[in-house]
Design a protein around this ligand. Structure first.
Ligand code: FAD
Length: 479
């Protein structure tokens, strides 16, 4: 009987994993794919309600294949999404919807390859409610609409959670129709009123998406953003630059603690204090080493980093295209966008507006503002135990997996992507954002494409071992 491989979650990571599995396997197997979204391959990131929503990385660095860095740019040329003569294409930030088409085109090719290789694919557009691990190493997957599926290998590629609700006194507010927990839904910028400002919680990349969505809808009212690290815009405009800064990474020891990293950064920043561009290169040079650095930190270092340095790191490593940077600056200069530094305390519902109570860090006191809607742009939530309904939460309650010490994801063996649990026959894998606690930077395409390929190698090895064992059994039976 053919082995069955089940993938829960079919965004970028699930798609690239499946594509590599099909490409690498010499033996036929059955592939079962489940995703709750209407569209496969794209997740929340790469199919959005607005073409104004752009990638946060230039096209030249968005190939789906680590070993073929210009694959995306070549695809753009071949499919004429962008004028072939656009020579600066690799330095441009393109629409995330175009990127979604790119991943879909990769999957279409893989589906054709699967037919040739006699690999059967079964797809389900449904929510995985829960799963059970069986004694023989198989996994039983329960779908919301009642279907029950058994697979030999199960991979959890569930990706981005919606942002977590803040802890406030009046939790019933979260049922208010003018509160949007998920900033990626198109409804957040529909049916707008401009009698009161719109409140955006957070001031990172999701805020930029929401601002661009509001502008596209010709919203003329005021926008207020509140976040603990507010006060002014915290974005760096992208300036194309192909050079690398190697001095700092040459000095990185194989084992390094947080204090040493900060000292090194400080030294190189001071040395290049007159060049903003070099400072950006210094930050960029660290990113490929993030996994090693993070794993070198002890838990205390990790906690200190998350508490005091994470927001600076996010600010320094993200770049926005110059035209978007200018648009947002203009909103800010015209006082249509106000960025406040503070902590939200509570929301009180009124007939025609929402009263927001927050602690204003600048004034050092509690303040109130009235807004027409509240959009949560705090970014994907990490601690899955804080969600009411969550497949990982249910799995943890059954003892199939555990959280890492910092509650950022799932405890996983990062050498082979197996989820760490006490089950002897363990055919449960995960990758992508669920590895955040293990390696910290496990979010962007640059990291996920490599993981998808490595995880596929592991599973192909398992399938081939199984087939070889069966053949040996059969041969000894014949003797
Ligand atoms: C708004 C946004 C923009 C981004 N832009 C960029 C960018 O420009 N460049 C970059 O490198 N990275 C970007 N990222 C990072 C991004 O997370 C990854 O690049 C990539 O999209 C993650 O893919 P994924 O498959 O791991 O997760 P996702 O894309 O989140 O896919 C996970 C899939 O699992 C499904 N799923 C989850 N739970 C269940 C369940 N219980 N049952 C069934 N299905 C389930 C979801 O429906 C989803 O389709 C962005 C992220 C976001 C949120």
């Amino acid at each position: 009987m053919k082995k069955k491989v089940g993938i829960i979650g079919f965004g970028f990571t699930g798609t690239m994993l499946a594509s590599h599995l099909i490409d690498k396997s010499d033996f036929p197997f059955e592939l079962i794919i489940v995703d709750k979204l209407e569209n496969f391959n794209v997740g929340v990131a790469f199919k959005t309600y607005s073409n104004e929503h752009i990638l946060n990385v230039v096209a030249g660095k968005m190939s789906a294949y680590k070993d073929d860095p210009s694959h995306f740019v070549k695809w753009l040329g071949e499919t004429r999404w962008i004028e072939a003569e656009a020579i600066d294409i690799k330095d441009r930030f393109l629409s995330r919807n175009v990127y979604g088409k790119y991943i879909q085109s990769i999957w279409e090719k893989s589906e054709n390859e699967a037919i040739v290789k006699n690999i059967k694919i079964k797809t389900f557009h449904d929510l995985v409610d829960s799963f059970d691990l069986e004694k023989d190493g198989s996994t039983t997957i329960f779908l919301k609409q009642g279907e029950i599926i058994s697979v030999d290998y199960c991979i959890i590629a569930t990706g981005n959670n919606s942002p977590l609700n803040l802890e406030i006194g009046n939790a019933s507010f979260y049922r208010n129709e003018n509160y949007f927990q998920n900033p990626w839904n198109k409804e957040v910028v529909e049916n707008l009123r401009d009698d009161h400002p719109v409140l955006i919680i957070g001031n990172g990349l999701s805020m930029i998406d929401t601002l661009l969505g509001l502008l596209e809808k010709q919203y003329k009212g005021k926008i207020i953003s509140i976040s603990p690290n507010g006060n002014g815009l915290r974005f760096i405009p992208n300036i194309p630059n192909d050079s690398e800064y190697l001095e700092l990474t040459n000095e990185l020891d194989s084992e390094i603690d947080l204090l040493s990293v900060i000292k090194l950064l400080k030294k190189h920043f001071l040395k290049n204090s007159d060049s903003e561009i070099t400072k950006r290169l210094i930050i960029d040079s660290l990113r490929p080493h993030a996994k090693r650095i993070w794993r070198g930190f002890n838990n205390r270092d990790k906690q200190i980093f998350l508490r005091y340095f994470k927001s600076i790191w996010n600010y320094l490593r993200h770049r926005v295209p110059l035209d978007v940077y200018r648009k947002i600056n203009q909103l800010h200069d015209e006082k249509r966008l106000e960025i406040k530094s503070g902590k939200i305390l509570d929301f009180i519902e009124n007939d025609s507006f929402i009263e927001v109570k927050y602690f204003d860090k600048k004034n050092g006191k509690e303040e109130t503002i009235n807004v027409s809607r509240v959009i949560n742009c705090t970014g994907p939530g990490a601690d899955f135990m804080k969600y009411e309904e969550n497949i990982l939460k249910k799995a943890k309650e059954k003892g199939y997996l555990s959280q890492d010490d910092l509650k950022l994801g799932i405890k996983t063996n990062i050498e082979n992507y197996r989820i760490i649990n006490s089950f002897e026959a363990n055919n449960l894998f995960t990758l992508g954002i669920n590895l955040k606690g293990e390696i910290f930077e496990s979010t962007a395409v640059a990291e996920l494409r490599a993981q998808a390929e490595q995880c596929a190698n592991e599973i192909v090895k398992c399938i081939q071992n199984d087939v070889t064992e069966k053949m040996l059994d059969y041969n000894s039976y014949l003797k």
